[in-house]
Design a binder for this molecule. Structure first.
Ligand code: PLP
Length: 388
């Protein structure tokens, strides 16, 4: 039996964390109010801002997973009578809808999970009037779709709505330009393309959103972005409450690794690794799950495949686990119907090759693949640039 610590993490988060980042967490504790912490917060803010393509002062770094950031965004910007257009085409869009119901008045706009967002339907809802805020997930990890953020941002601008965008599973692994896209609040998590452990959320909110948040009396207390901004504006930067200091050490180190790789290189690596998965699995007869008209709507960081007829995605997941590779299945109604492979963070082309050949072997053993060895050549060709 392969020991847990020897297994390869190929889920769409949490991902395997580089040794440097793990070591950073072992540093002795420091005062969370003072020069040292301020410098760490400043690094986290500055490098994250470069990934969001926004100004550093817009960024808050919060102790809490991605959902904490989603809640901060929705709850700080909306009161109970405010209408929130919640776009859903997967599990995390649905989470925004549920959050919207806690703080505001939801106007749901649901598309079948695995299908694209229909821009005309979004515009129709906006034209009907009164929508204060739009929520959408950029990279819907549950279905491996990249949703059309620039287009929704343009519609938000046209109708004067605020736009909250979840970039939890794409920031640091895909091109995100929140200022250009008219995104008012964007949210990410530490455990996906940033390759830090789970437990930190980064939220970027622009001036317009922050000004409106001042008017919302029902803002959550712990997740109050106004309070976060005030604390980060002090001469020595800090957080309103005691932060998860060791996770901040990890986050700082993980973000430095991104800086060293260079964002463009990192995005290209994510693209080529994800495309290699797609090219290889489709070549051996496995169908991609998303039904898309446009290849640019495939996620840059995760792939979702249909389980072949007569086979459960859960069985593929279990068989791979026995062989030392951890992937994920489908969520909710998609359980058993799909399986998902992440190519996020510090994942290497070698990790992708190993995963694909083990998958091919598993499918061969199940009587699905006709031969073994085909995926290596296909994926190798797609990722050739990464071997230069
Ligand atoms: N949004 C997306 C797109 C995600 O993939 C996830 C986590 O899988 C979340 C939000 C929720 O983040 P967390 O589990 O860190 O709270």
């Amino acid at each position: 039996m392969i020991k847990t610590e020897d297994k390869l993490m190929m889920m769409p988060g949490p991902v395997s964390v580089p040794h440097r980042v793990l070591m950073a967490m072992a540093k002795p504790m420091i005062n969370h109010r003072g020069k040292e912490f301020s410098a760490i917060y400043d690094d986290c803010q500055r490098i994250s801002a470069s990934l969001f393509n926004t100004a550093q002062e817009n960024v808050s770094v919060i102790s809490g997973s991605g959902t904490a950031g989603m809640e901060a965004a929705v709850g700080c910007l909306n009161g109970k009578d405010d209408k929130i257009l919640a776009i859903e085409n997967g599990k995390f869009g649905q989470r925004f809808k549920k959050l919207a119901g806690k703080y505001g008045t939801v106007v749901p706009l649901e598309f079948e999970w695995g299908k694209s967002v229909d821009l005309a339907a979004v515009e129709e809802k906006l034209a009907a009037g009164d929508i204060k805020t739009i929520t959408m997930v950029h990279n819907e990890s549950s279905t491996a779709i990249r949703n059309p953020a620039p287009e929704i941002g343009a519609l938000a601008k046209k109708y004067g709505a605020y736009f909250i965008l979840d970039v939890v599973s794409s920031l640091g692994g895909d091109d995100i330009r929140i200022d250009e896209w008219n995104v008012d609040v964007a949210v990410t998590g530490s455990q996906k393309c940033i390759a830090a452990p789970p437990g930190i959320s980064v939220v970027a909110a622009n001036e317009r959103a922050l000004a409106e948040m001042e008017n919302i009396a029902t803002r959550p207390y712990y997740l109050d972005l106004v309070a976060y901004h005030k604390s980060a504006s002090k001469e020595l930067k800090e957080t309103p409450y005691t932060p998860a200091v060791s996770l901040f050490f990890a986050m700082q180190e993980a973000l430095k690794i991104i800086e060293e790789e260079g964002l463009d290189n990192r995005i290209e690596r994510h693209y080529l690794m994800t495309k290699a998965v797609r090219d290889a699995v489709t070549a051996i007869g496995v169908e991609m799950f998303p039904q898309l008209n446009d290849v640019s709507a495939y996620s840059n960081t995760v792939s979702a495949m249909k389980a072949p007829a007569g086979i459960s995605g859960e069985d593929i997941k279990k068989a791979l686990n026995k062989r030392g590779i951890i992937i994920t299945g489908g969520q909710d109604d998609l359980k058993g119907k799909i399986f998902r492979i992440g190519s996020m963070g510090s994942t290497t082309p070698t990790n992708i090759m190993t995963t694909l050949s083990e998958l091919e072997q598993v499918l061969y053993d199940m009587g699905i693949a006709e031969e073994t060895g085909a995926v290596m050549e296909i994926a190798g060709k797609t990722m050739a640039k990464l071997y230069e």
